[in-house]
Design a protein around this ligand. Structure first.
Ligand SMILES: *[C@@H]1O[C@H](CO)[C@@H](O)[C@H](O)[C@H]1NC(C)=O
Ligand SMILES: *[C@@H]1O[C@H](CO)[C@@H](O)[C@H](O)[C@H]1NC(C)=O
Length: 200
């Protein structure tokens, strides 16, 4: 009887110390991995990408009585990569123009590579190619035409990869939303530089 009691007293302490060692190793690993991430983060220090619409105009506008729209919507997009260590591959870029939540124009932008701390300007035409507007949208657009500006929203979806040193990330989807933009009919009219929302 006394022997079994001694054993049952010793066994839990031994099990506990093994458990403690495992826990300490585990915590140390977590700490080291965390430290590695922190160091990587501090050296790379990713900053948010910045996009804005600098310039917008409407050309060749024609809204037929039956509500069919033909027009060119021209924009200049400014893309700024503020990062000193991260460069970006834009592998596929699709842009859409919306009026009253209705998609009226579509186009793609040439893939490009953006180096660190670079500003790139892109010309974008989002043509409406005989788009059938809803009755409400056609009526709204006629009124806005009289006022000289049309409220548009641009949505851009891009497949991007990031490059840090020799490392390249996997593809990620970048969503950029710009607007509502007050797009004037004349190129000479001032257009307010509009910052876009970025979702990555
Ligand atoms: C629009 O952008 C183009 C090129 O970026 C520039 O030459 C032109 O002056 C701009 N127009 C306006 C009205 O800002
Ligand atoms: C950004 O990169 C483009 C393309 O490589 C280049 O044409 C442009 O001059 C660069 N701009 C700046 C501000 O470095």
């Amino acid at each position: 009887m006394p022997i079994t009691t001694r054993q049952s007293q010793n066994a839990p302490t031994r099990r506990l110390s093994i458990g403690k060692i495992i826990a300490i190793i585990f915590l140390a690993l977590i700490f080291l991995v965390g430290l590695a991430f922190l160091i990587a983060w501090l050296t790379i220090r990713p900053k948010r990408l910045v996009y804005s619409i600098e310039n917008a105009s409407i050309q060749n506008y024609n809204l037929a009585n039956n509500g069919h729209l033909k027009s060119d919507f021209m924009f200049t997009i400014r893309a700024y990569n503020p990062n000193g260590k991260v460069s970006i591959y834009y592998d596929k870029i699709e842009a859409k123009a919306y009026y009253d939540e209705e998609m009226i124009g579509f186009n793609t932008i040439q893939p490009f590579y953006q180096r660190t701390r670079n500003v790139t300007h892109m010309a974008l035409n989002l043509p409406a190619k005989d788009v059938a507007l809803s009755e409400v949208a056609a009526r709204d657009m006629k009124m806005e035409k009289i006022r000289g500006r049309i409220d548009l929203e641009i949505k851009i979806k891009a497949k991007v990869r990031f490059k840090v040193g020799k490392l390249k990330s996997r593809h990620r989807t970048l969503r950029i939303t710009c607007g509502p933009l007050k797009v004037p009919f004349s190129m000479n009219k001032n257009f307010d530089n509009t910052r876009c929302d970025v979702d990555l």
